[in-house]
Design a protein around this ligand. Structure first.
Ligand SMILES: Nc1ncnc2c1ncn2[C@@H]1O[C@H](COP(=O)(O)OP(=O)(O)OP(=O)(O)O)[C@@H](O)[C@H]1O
Length: 290
């Protein structure tokens, strides 16, 4: 379903030391540094997978999601998703995908949630019957009934996130990008959102790419993990493979295993221990100096 091949993306960031003199100077001459957000990223994802995309702050996760959803154009590399090149075939491509950015809203702030949904229905030209049945399902499973007539700005973060997820699924996409969908949610809302993601994956076969800093999201949902650090893909394999490989509580074993990891992204190894995914990922971040 998804083939990402050698994607690289860099940004020019202007740098200015603090102080009035530098502010004035920068009006005439700006200095820039290059941030290599993605360096030669390649992976493939099959239909129906839930893939966790993890890495520390600034690793390149959102840049990857933005590239795969057609918002950003990479400097080099190719990306084919359901036969589309996201940034070239945007109009036809976006009908097939749903995107949720936990930190940004796709809902209209001042109007009731239902009005936003109806605007999306018109934008995506969803047939009335299909819209009604999808909406009914989303309202029931995400418990939205009491929120539909409330302006988005009056919703709590957790309530808004449930509405955001519904908005991203109104047009029944077969691929869903979730960029930190559980950020700021309470424990009950997190569990509800996770359960919902699982359900649409299992029952509707929706492929899900999930970026998160919450390793409980990963434990609950993803069977496969992509780990990115400083713009480079460092691990591509199953959660089980990661646990087998790094799960030992023995520090010496961990160190040597982690060194092997940088040389290879395969999943061989034997199960040794019982560290949580969070512990393992923290060790990996340390080992790679991320
Ligand atoms: N529009 C932009 N202009 C300049 N630099 C950018 C831009 N977007 C991202 N970057 C830089 O690219 C790098 C990767 O950023 P990105 O947002 O992809 O990281 P991330 O893994 O999603 O981080 P986080 O977990 O903090 O959300 C960072 O160094 C960031 O500062």
């Amino acid at each position: 379903m998804i083939e990402v091949n050698g994607i690289s993306k860099s940004f020019l960031v202007s740098k200015r030391p603090p102080g009035l003199a530098h502010a004035v100077k920068s009006l005439f001459r700006r200095e820039y540094t290059v941030v290599e957000a993605l360096q030669n990223i390649s992976f493939t994802i099959g239909s129906g997978e839930i893939v966790g995309y993890i890495g520390p702050n600034g690793a390149g996760k959102s840049t990857t999601i933005k590239t795969m959803s057609g918002i950003l154009v990479p400097d080099s590399g190719t990306c084919s998703i359901m036969g589309y090149t996201p940034w070239k075939d945007r109009v036809s491509y976006v009908k097939n995908i749903g995107v949720v950015f936990g930190q940004r809203s796709q809902l209209w702030w001042d109007v009731p949630v239902l009005d936003s949904f109806e605007l999306l229905r018109d934008i995506y030209r969803i047939p009335p019957l299909e819209y009604r049945s999808t909406l009914a399902l989303l309202v029931e499973t995400l418990d939205l009934q009491a929120l539909l007539h409330t302006p988005v700005r009056q919703l709590s973060l957790g309530q808004r996130m449930r509405c955001e997820i519904a908005a991203s699924l109104l047009h029944s996409p077969s691929l869903l990008f979730l960029d930190e969908p559980t950020i700021g949610l309470d424990a009950v809302s997190k569990i509800a959102v996770r359960q919902f993601i699982k359900t649409i994956n299992e029952e509707k076969g929706v492929t899900v790419i999930l970026t998160t800093h919450d390793m409980n999201d990963i434990e609950a949902l993803a069977s496969r993990l992509l780990l990115i650090g400083k713009g480079k893909l460092l691990y591509d394999g199953t959660v089980q493979g990661l646990r087998s490989r790094y799960g030992s509580k023995s520090g010496a074993a961990e160190a040597s295993q982690l060194q092997q990891a940088s040389a290879s992204t395969s999943e061989q190894g034997h199960s040794t221990g019982s560290l949580s995914i969070e512990d393992i990922v923290v060790q990996m971040y340390k080992e790679y100096a991320l």
